[in-house]
Design a protein around this ligand. Sequence first.
Ligand code: ZN
Length: 508
Amino acid sequence: MGRRRPLRIAFGRIFQESNAFSPLATTIDDFRRAHWISDDALLAACGRRGVEIPGYVKRAELSGFLRAAERDGAVEAVPLCSIAALPSGQVAPEAFADLQAELLKRLSTAGPIDGLFLSLHGAMRIAGATEDAEGQLLKAIRARVGAELPIAVCYDLHANFTPAKADLATISCALRTNPHRDMYRVGQRTAELLIARLRSKFRPTRAWRKLPLVLGGGAGIDFLAPMRRIFLMARLFERLPRVRYVSLYMCHPWSDASDLGWAVDVLTDNDQVLAERLAERLAEMIWQVRDVPLPTLYTPREAIEKARAAKWARKAGHVALIDVADVPPAGGTGASTTMLAELIASPPKMTTYIPLCDPQAAVALSALAPGSAVSRAVGGSIDPDRHRPVTIEGRLLGVHDTKFGATVTVACGEVKLVITEKPPMTINPTFFSDVGLDPKRADVVIQKSLFHYRVYWWKTALRHVPFDGAGATSLDHLRGVQLAVPSYPLDQTISDWRAADKRLRKLA
Ligand SMILES: [Zn+2]
């Protein structure tokens, strides 16, 4: 065997999930603060001793890419930049222009490359401009590198797959777990496919379908019914000799894109007929489970009563009350006061941890000494149309500087409030333990995460009760969205998805 041809592949990331119902804009500072590395620092972060996105994830898509490059043995990985912001409101146009310019500048100075590997979210929006930020980015990249350069993109499962995304990249692969825990694996697989394409070992041939479906399939968890069977089928398809990857996109319902919808994308080795057939079958399977409902949502009062009744769960661990309408990892602000108002009005007689985003209160209370009495209104400053201030009387427990900015803890009897300057992410128990609240001591924890938190809280969160407060991730918003085609569940009379699919795949 002769020596393999050396390849140069550039790699990078631009990543944010946009919630169009958040009153906050995502600015360039939000990216700078959350994650922004390039060149050798990026290469080191993705290496064996590095941490790809400190504070969030050790190994993700770009580490997976690097691993595949190393395994090949003749790939030079050329670092561009890796930039991400937390899920929040839409990206400000000038911020997006800066991000795009940064990536293009690094591409221009990267020297000759054989391929490009990107990690993108797929549900980023630019305020007042395009609904498909990644489609626009790919367009700008193509204008720079030409139509022929093979480009592989790793997307979040909640991407809104569009004609621009399908046409402008050679290979697209979605994460296949929800909650997401396979960023590294999928990154590696995507990179292997790109390298195989560059070594002329396969001819990427795709077929995709888009469903008039913005919400369906129950909670959408990959290992639970009804989605389990569909993800399993996708894996079975991948065992067929000519199938290389099967992506299933569930879209981000709060992105408010007019062409929003679930999609499937089948990648084969030069077999268009097979790709079309499998995409069609998988789309039909998804359509058949569209009406599996989400778990029942309770009112805050009902949720507290459920926690009170769950004596065993409280003894052995705690009850998680999930504020589904105010989830920062899906772009919520964390500023909802609906549950807090309930807890203050009628104290629960259970040790209850609750986060709240209120920049003004967090900064003002940070100036006080721990132990000080606290008597003031909190909440209502970020999203006054939805959230009313609540007056609390209590004692300041601690003052901290965390990745959520100024952070204070206040005890109002058994209710322990964590007030943050930035939207709080409670996915990891360290959110509470870092500010001196032992998660093991809680009877009730108010979760601001849909279900991703279960990955980290499984030892102590023994009951899960979703409730509907009010916020940017309330499903009520979906009633008002303007969609290009009638879609389920807003229109429940649609019986077949195929006519809508044809229209959605043509929309630019
Ligand atoms: Zn996602």
